[in-house]
Design a protein. Sequence first.
Length: 147
Amino acid sequence: MSGFTTSGTARGRAKGPRRLGLVAFLIGVGGVVLGSGLQFWAGYHLGSIAQFDVVRAAIEAQKSIDVSKLPPAGGRIVGEVNTISIVGSLAYYGLALWALIQGIVAIVRRRGRAWGVAAIVVIVIGYFLVQLAYSGGLALGAAPYLS
């Protein structure tokens, strides 16, 4: 049996550099940072529609907001927020999926195993950070207009 020791394990180190896990980690961190930034921006701008009387009245009455009653500027804000939020989500999920797959490959092939595990941990925790960034942006955007 060529290539195996008597105990049945593979002989020698894994082939190739151990940067595969490090790259997965960096991609995961980049996805979390990019996604959080875009989601914060979207939340902040969505919170700014609290400046309109229609929105404040709906909040005080604890009713849903009728977007058709917003002035044209409010409608533009809502449209821009939808676009920014979708781009932020796609950026995070796309990079997170890439980091997850590359992290798993790094773990299995022993090419940066610790970095691969760290990449997986970062993208799992990053999901909650991205959601928190959106909520925080929403609160900060609405704060100046609500009493």
